[in-house]
Design a protein around this ligand. Sequence first.
Ligand code: BES
Ligand code: ZN
Length: 618
Amino acid sequence: MNTRFFILFSTLTFLIMIFQNCTNPKPEFSEDVHSFSNPNDVVVKHIDLDLNVDFANKIISGNAVLTIENKTGARELLLDSRGLNIIDAFIDDAQSTNFKLGESVEFLGQPLSVRIKSNTKKVTIEYETTAGAAALQWLEPPQTADGIAPFLFTQSQAIHARSWIPCQDTPGVRFSYSAKIKTEPGLLALMSAENPTKKTIDGVYEIKMTQPIPSYLLALTVGDLEFQTLGERSGIYAEPSVINKAAKEFEDTEKMIAAAEKLYGPYQWERYDMIVLPPSFPYGGMENPRLTFLTPTVLAGDKSLVSIIAHELAHSWSGNLVTNANWNDFWINEGFTTYLEHRIMEELYGKDYADMLASLGYQDMVKAMEILGYDSSDTHLQMNLKDRDPDEWEAGIPYDKGHFLLRTIEAKLGREKWDSFVNEYFKKYAFKTMTSDKFISYFESQISDKALLDSLNIQAWIYGPGIPKNVVKVESDAFTKVEAQIETWGKGIPASKLETDNWTTHQWLHFLRNLPKGMNRDQMAELEEWFGFTETGNSEIKHEWLLRVIENQYEPAYPAIEAFLTSMGRRKFLKPIYKKMYEQPEMVAFAKFIYQKARPKYHPISVDTIDRILEWQG
Ligand code: BES
Ligand code: ZN
């Protein structure tokens, strides 16, 4: 090729590339391997729901009217659906249109393709849910605290919204919504929205959410519920027998909101209410906007487990305002939130308290590394969840490793600079999405100190395995005291002589986690006699103690294992206990015996996890 021709050719190619870049800017929505939707062509902006909640048949049915923006003149709206029975579809003013459900894919469900026109503004889907909808748990009265009325709650995160509403089920797409919910008189319906505080006579509720949220924050719950005010902006819903205890336990909520605002800027969701759900709720908490869902296992009676509230409240910034663009970057939600949670707790209860939380979190991170392997790519902060269930994480990675990355940055940068960075971050990206890559480039654009950036090596944290060497150390004086007592006991001093007066829940947790391996029956009996762990009403302490019971095969406490596993369905507690039992050949039959009984009462999400652990065939 002659040189002139070559130069001309290269220049042309270069110009074409530039031209393409201008006409084809980077798509607004990055790829989400967990969604069939096509938001770069057509995007949902608002949803109007008109739904009937039928307890007799355990079905939600009705219409979802999706207001769309067709950006490319596309002829197809692609939605996510899983187990939905699609009855009909219409565009704009009740014009019939074609629709088709595609092939079912594991974890994801089926794409729902609806034929639209280039100028279509509204798409109506008439549908009903089916048995086994992953987001829904329908409870019979005996499964509730009061035992009188049935109960329903949803859990949409990560990708279960599609099992009760046809939608673009990807965290990058945000929409506002309204809902008309019709249910049995005598029950109250609440959503992640502006909520009623009293039951209506006819069981019909009109609910509105004006701020745009991603689908995983769609939530609905219906039950015999009461409301109590906690403060100016906050309140609590629960069944009548639980409401007073809950209001007492959460009396610091208003202070938490104030602390969070002082640290991270104005609370953007007007009200912060919470609901205590029945015990089968599979999580500790869920940050549904304006209405956090909570497990009753947080009600310890002494406020000792309220860091869960700080956590869910913190999601009002990290997660609900600045949202992970897809589930591979889940740490963007949970790592940030764990960090904020600790800061809120420090504001309210002091540094010693926060040091204990951090130290336990460090232990959780180490534990996750041991389970997954320090070299495993599953220990990267950015995960690769293609073809995988986005609900199956080890919290020690996105939560604790994520938290420790941010803590390490804080330590190197100084709290003041770091706080002002985080404030700007929430301001700039409010109601937008975030990825690992975007976080790194924003961080690097704000921090000019090259040497500091090098010494942080954020890339190694996010795209590499294990615990990077520059991790900031945590020390807790309160825990040092605990360790001294464990050592004393190890030397043969009886439990009755240990100095444990005024220990907090977290000190007891540290004690239980760090007891010597291979204790004999007498040692276990001695601990039980002095400290009464089996009878404790504190779910975290009970959980930790039962793990020691299993490891050391302390049979007198076996009935307590069964009682605990059949009393609630919180996955964080179920998972380690079943797993540990399954690892001990002599306990496998007992684990299966308990699971057989408890399984029908667990939430589908917990069932999925425990089925896998016990290799359950049904
Ligand atoms: N958003 C999570 C719960 C979640 C995560 C549900 C991913 C489904 C998929 C919530 O904020 C959370 O982290 N809950 C924790 C409690 C917290 C104090 C660590 C839980 O449930 O254990
Ligand atoms: Zn969380």
